[in-house]
Design a protein around this ligand. Structure first.
Ligand SMILES: NC(=O)c1ccc[n+]([C@@H]2O[C@H](COP(=O)([O-])OP(=O)(O)OC[C@H]3O[C@@H](n4cnc5c(N)ncnc54)[C@H](O)[C@@H]3O)[C@@H](O)[C@H]2O)c1
Length: 354
C-alpha cells in the first residue's frame, strides 16, 4: 500500500489483535475515539480488549453525520492536547464511517500527522470507508470537503460488532460490497448469487464478505492511492448516487439506497451506451432486488439530478463522468456520456420502466 503497507484483519474477535500494536500504542498516551452507541452496546468488550494498555483516554462521539464537522474537529483537537496526546501517540477510531472519517482526519492533521488504527463497526465501514486512506470532515455547505489521504497502521474489522447492527445499516454496507462484486470481485459475486439477505447474516459469511471486499478495495487503492486513474472504478453507482443524495439534501435516503439506485441507472446506461449486454445487466438487477436494494424510486426529477451531477466533485469540463461496466466484472471509468442519453436513462430506470 502506498504510504506504507498495512494489515486489514477481518473476522470474529479481530479486535483482540490490537495486542500486536502494543509497542505503538504504549509509546505515549493514545486517543480512543469511540461512537457512543457502540460504546453503549459493546463497552465491556472494548474495555476488555484495551483494558490493560496503560494510558489512554476515551472521546465519545454522538451519532450523526453532523458530528463529522470542521467545528467539532477543533473541539476534539483541544481535547487531544489536554489529554496529553503527543506526536508519538496514536488515534484509534471505533465506530462506523462517521467515527472513522473523523478519527482519521484528527490523526492526519494533529501535530502534522500521527498514527491511526481503524476499528470499523458497521458493514459499510468494514467494506469501504476504513480501507483506502481517505479521511475528511464536512462543511455546512458540503460533505467531505476538507480532508486528506492518511493511511492507517492497521484495520481491525471485527465482525462480532455486526451482531447488533440493524438491517437497514447492514443493507447500507451491502450496497458497497455488491458494487465490489459487480466491478471485479468475482468470488464475492458468486457468494452473493448463491445467498440472500437472510442467509448472509451468518457470521462466517459476513466475515467472507468483509474480507473479499476489503481485499478488493485495497488492491485497487494500491494501484492508485490518490484517484488519478483506476481508483475511479470504485465510483460505479456513485455519480448518480451522489446526485440523488444532493437532490434530496441527504434526507429520507440512505447512502446505500442512493448507491443502489445509482448502480441500477449506471447498469442501464452501460447497456444503452453499447458497452454491456442486457442479459448481464438484468442478472445484476435481480441480485440487487434479492438483497432488498432499491432499483427504482418515484418522484426524483431527472433534470434536477442532471443539474446536481454537474456540480459533483467527479465532474470536469462541465460533463458528468461515469464508471460503467463493459462486461461482467469489467469496469471502465472516466466516461463522459451525452446529456440526452443520461436524462432518458434516469427517467426510465427511476420510474421502474427500463
Ligand atoms: N473514507 C471513505 O473512503 C468513505 C467511504 C464511504 C463512506 N464514508 C463515510 O462514512 C460515513 C457513513 O458511515 P456509516 O454508514 O458507517 O455511518 P455511521 O458511522 O453514522 O453509522 C451508522 C449507524 O450505525 C450505528 N452503529 C455503528 N456500529 C454499530 C454496531 N456495531 N451495532 C449497532 N449500531 C451500530 C451508529 O451508531 C450509527 O447510528 C459517511 O460520513 C461517509 O461520508 C467514507
Amino acid at each position: 500500500m502506498p504510504g506504507g503497507a498495512y494489515e486489514v484483519v477481518a473476522g470474529a474477535g479481530a479486535l483482540s489483535l490490537i495486542e500486536e500494536k502494543r509497542g505503538l500504542l504504549e509509546r505515549d498516551p493514545f486517543a480512543l475515539i469511540v461512537n457512543e452507541t457502540v460504546l453503549g452496546l459493546h463497552g465491556d468488550y472494548i474495555r476488555r480488549c484495551f483494558g490493560d494498555f496503560h494510558a489512554f483516554d476515551i472521546y465519545g462521539m454522538p451519532d450523526g453525520e453532523e458530528q463529522k464537522s470542521y467545528r467539532h474537529a477543533e473541539r476534539a483537537f483541544e481535547w487531544m492536547l489536554g489529554a496529553g496526546i503527543s506526536r508519538r501517540s496514536t488515534v484509534v477510531g471505533v465506530g462506523g464511517g462517521v467515527t472513522g472519517d473523523f478519527a482519521g482526519y484528527l490523526a492526519a492533521l494533529y501535530m502534522r500527522g500521527i498514527s491511526v488504527i481503524h476499528v470499523p463497526t458497521t458493514l459499510l465501514a468494514m467494506v469501504d470507508s476504513s480501507v483506502g486512506g481517505k479521511v475528511a470532515v464536512n462543511l455546512s455547505t458540503g460533505k467531505n470537503i476538507v480532508g486528506a489521504f492518511h493511511q492507517p497502521e492497521m484495520v481491525l474489522a471485527d465482525t462480532d460488532f455486526l451482531r447488533t447492527l440493524p438491517d437497514d445499516e447492514l443493507r447500507n454496507g451491502l450496497a458497497e460490497a455488491v458494487k465490489h462484486a459487480f466491478i471485479g470481485e468475482n468470488e464475492l459475486y458468486a457468494l452473493f448469487e448463491s445467498n440472500d439477505f437472510d442467509s448472509i447474516k451468518n457470521p462466517k459469511k459476513l466475515a467472507d464478505i468483509v474480507y473479499l471486499s476489503a481485499r478488493f478495495k485495497s488492491s485497487i487503492v494500491e494501484r492508485d492511492e490518490r484517484e488519478g486513474g483506476v481508483r475511479a472504478i470504485l465510483n460505479f453507482g456513485h455519480t448518480v448516487g451522489h446526485a440523488i443524495e444532493s437532490l434530496l439534501e441527504y434526507r429520507g435516503i440512505s447512502h446505500g439506497e442512493a448507491v443502489s439506485l445509482g448502480m441500477a441507472v449506471e447498469l442501464e446506461l452501460s447497456v444503452r451506451a453499447g458497452l454491456l449486454d442486457r442479459a448481464h445487466a438484468q442478472r445484476c438487477m435481480r441480485l440487487l432486488e434479492r438483497y432488498g436494494l432499491s432499483t427504482h424510486r418515484d418522484g426524483l426529477d431527472a433534470d434536477g439530478l442532471m443539474h446536481h451531477m454537474k456540480f459533483d466533485k467527479k465532474t470536469s469540463g462541465g460533463a458528468a463522468h461515469f464508471a460503467l461496466l463493459a462486461g461482467a466484472g469489467e469496469p471502465v471509468y472516466d466516461r463522459a456520456m451525452p446529456d440526452g442519453l443520461v436524462r432518458g436513462v434516469l427517467a426510465d430506470v427511476l420510474a421502474g420502466e427500463a
